[in-house]
Design a protein. Sequence first.
Length: 221
Amino acid sequence: MPFPRPVRVALGLCVLGALSIAASVGGAAAWASHSSEGRLQTVAGVEPHDVAIVLGAEVLSDGTPAKFTAARLDVAIKLYKAGKAKVLVVSGNNSAEHHRETTNMRRYLVARGVPSAKIVEDAAGNDTYDTCIRARNTFGITSAILVSQTYHLPRAITACRSLGVDAVGVGDSSVAKLRFWRTGVLREYPANVKLALDVLRGAGPEVAEPPSRAVADALGR
């Protein structure tokens, strides 16, 4: 027995909605992949830049960077010590609720030999989009190496390029066996869609601040 007409209409609308969502997710993922093509580098292979930006992630309640965050910071240390970045910008949510991400990221770097004067905190880099737009608007950064886990870099590079920051990425995969890695990979699909929407509507940063000379001062300019 065929379904009644209202049921058929409802099912049809559900199918169309599902196809639309799939197209949006797939299109946004393809955009991020295309925009970042050829821009995923290694510590040894990346061209030297003035600035490397470490995108923030979890810090534990005792101030210790979680394994994902520490892995990113370790990549940044290698870049600095190899002369591939003159200044490291640590970008994250520095609120008490987030356990002072950037303060503790700085502390981790300094404890491992990076001079404090060569570290700049972006204390309101609350997500990837905000990190990129604040890099341009607040800190005057027009070119940078982005540091994160490898699965995150296509979106991060795309975000920065879309906002006027010529970005390449050096990624970490040392924590790929941790359980959260798979969750992070899956999270990129909706996050790509959000990025596309933010770019299309010209979203501003969550926290807008006057221009800062912090990066220029750290570079000695």
